[in-house]
Design a binder for this molecule. Structure first.
Ligand SMILES: Cc1cc2nc3c(=O)[nH]c(=O)nc-3n(C[C@H](O)[C@H](O)[C@H](O)COP(=O)(O)OP(=O)(O)OC[C@H]3O[C@@H](n4cnc5c(N)ncnc54)[C@H](O)[C@@H]3O)c2cc1C
Length: 492
């Protein structure tokens, strides 16, 4: 793992695999350059146009009371929103009960409670923002079920839910879980006991709670459009090649189209951040995730898009899945399935440290192809005559050794980069973190970094020299299942 974490991080690659969500790309924004020439200066440069860059821009523009208004230029290496946000699983699911015990023991109960509340608040904020601004992003605010096929994890799930209820109170929405027996799971959802590689796969129980799904690409593009209407200057196909600061504290960003300067720069570059700030090498490690879009089998198609999202949790990992809601009837009901990392050689080791989203891993692909008939059993039915899988793609996430994002100004002891801000490293969890982390970042940028922010924003998410110095040291991902000793998981 340490060797993989040392691979120099590249810029986003040309010609990535075609993400289902970006097919077709948004006609007006994908390749937009607001001005034909790159401006030579701005008040703020945001690098990266995923959900983080878009949310940072939105918060800055929304709060802008300066006259004349501050100029914000966003640089994007490829087309707009073409990174992880445009290539993910579309699942807005916190699963806070799975991390709560380890956070409580590592960080203390108050921090664990804060993180659980923050994750739910992110989901609800994205859902209401999409509704309030009429962003057509195939949004579904619905329940999810974690189907648990492992005895030990079922015991842990029950203990964790009990611990959360005790800590937060049963009325707290962030502690609202329904535990289901195996027969209740089988009666209420389209899942079955089954078999995998000759080993019985028995349902031990289920956990139901509020979650949702959306096209994060359409959401991100929708937010960008709102920002453009308020004066954002978006420059796609303009990679930031390097960053430097002069003696006056002005930052200069070099691009193939010339340089641009600003007193403040925001890194919204997630898995690619170490390319621009080498101090993040090993602290934000790229991890390639893979997804397959399945056409529903005949029996599942007859049921229409499923009312809930699902995760299938077994001893050594899990898959996560949403049922596509789409205005395009040919895509409605499609099953978007992510996971399978541990099926790759060396339990997915070679997916770390790579920024290659131009190809898929054939072993993960083969595994993901088989998941739908296995999990849905008789509820799957005959494959669609056009073939079961009609799109597969990869995308690059950013992973940190402690499993938390880096948010804040790169200043303070040991950092000394005043004016350089970052919000990145969202693991496979960005749809439940990025939106509120961007809000917190802008609070800090605008001088509101005080008691109010401390009430809801976890200290452990803040960038610091100490956190940046942490390394994986042989471990894989921060585990979100079992404290201390389990292998990690990607995506939601
Ligand atoms: C396959 C996959 C499945 C996932 N599934 C889920 C899920 O179901 N639920 C969930 O919550 N999360 C999921 N995630 C994680 C989630 O998508 C991310 O955490 C989130 O999208 C991060 O958003 P971001 O804006 O911070 O980064 P990104 O969306 O990656 O945006 C960063 C942008 O910066 C640009 N960039 C980078 N370097 C430069 C540079 N030097 N110059 C200019 N531009 C640059 C990139 O091109 C990119 O557009 C998944 C991720 C992947 C890859």
């Amino acid at each position: 793992m340490d060797e993989r974490a040392r691979i120099p991080v590249s810029l986003p690659r040309d010609n990535p695999t075609t993400s289902y969500w970006q097919d077709p790309p948004d006609a007006s924004v994908a390749s937009l350059r607001t001005t034909p020439a790159l401006p030579t200066s701005a008040d703020i440069i945001i690098i990266g146009s995923g959900i983080t860059g878009a949310a940072v821009a939105w918060n800055l523009l929304q709060n802008d009371t300066s006259t004349p208004e501050q100029t914000i230029v966003m640089l994007e290496a490829r087309s707009a929103c073409s990174g992880a946000t445009g290539r993910n699983g579309g699942h807005t699911k916190a699963a806070s009960y799975r991390t709560f015990p380890s956070y409580a023991s590592d960080l203390g109960l108050a921090a664990a409670v804060q993180i659980a509340r923050l994750e739910l608040s992110n989901i609800l904020a994205v859902q209401s923002f999409a509704r309030d601004h009429a962003i057509a992003c195939d949004l579904s605010a619905c329940d999810t079920i974690d189907v648990i096929y492992d005895a030990a994890q079922w015991v842990q799930a029950q203990d964790s839910v009990a611990a959360m209820r005790a800590a937060l109170g049963t009325d707290d929405p962030a502690a609202r879980y329904t535990l289901l027996s195996p027969s209740e799971v089988r009666d209420r959802f389209y899942v079955h006991d089954g078999e995998f590689e000759g080993v019985g796969q028995k349902v031990y129980g289920g956990v139901v709670y509020h979650a949702g799904s959306l096209s994060a690409y359409k959401f991100g593009v929708g937010v960008l459009k709102l920002c453009l209407a308020r004066g954002l200057n978006l420059q796609t196909h303009t990679p930031a090649l390097s960053l430097s600061r002069d003696g006056e504290g002005t930052w200069m960003v070099e691009t193939p189209r010339g340089a641009i300067t600003a007193p403040r720069v925001v890194l919204a570059t997630n898995g690619y951040t170490a390319r621009l700030v080498p101090a993040f090498q090993g602290a934000i490690v790229p991890l390639r995730g893979q997804i397959a879009a399945h056409r529903p089998g005949a029996n599942l198609r007859a049921k229409g898009p499923l009312p809930t999202t699902y995760s299938f949790i077994y001893e050594a990992g899990y898959e996560y899945m949403v049922s596509r809601r789409s205005t395009d009837s040919s895509a409605g009901g499609d099953i978007i399935m992510g996971g399978g990392l541990l099926r790759a050689p060396n339990e997915g080791l070679e997916e770390y440290g790579t920024t290659d989203d131009t190809s898929i891993n054939p072993i993960i692909s083969e595994y993901l192809h088989e998941t739908t008939p296995r999990y849905f059993g008789p509820d799957w039915g005959e494959d669609d005559e056009r073939g079961r899988v009609h799109a597969e793609w990869t995308g690059i996430m950013g992973y940190s050794p402690d499993g938390f994002p880096f948010v804040g100004e790169m200043s303070g002891p040991g950092l000394e980069n005043e004016g350089l801000w970052v919000s990145g490293s969202f693991q496979g969890h960005g749809m439940v973190l990025c939106w509120v982390c961007a809000k917190a970042l802008v609070e800090m940028m605008e001088g509101r970094d005080g008691e109010e922010l401390e009430t809801w924003f976890p200290e452990v998410f803040r960038v610091s020299e100490e956190r940046m110095a942490k390394r994986f040291e042989g471990r894989r991902l921060h585990t979100s299942v079992v404290p201390n000793d389990a292998e990690g998981e990607e995506g939601q």
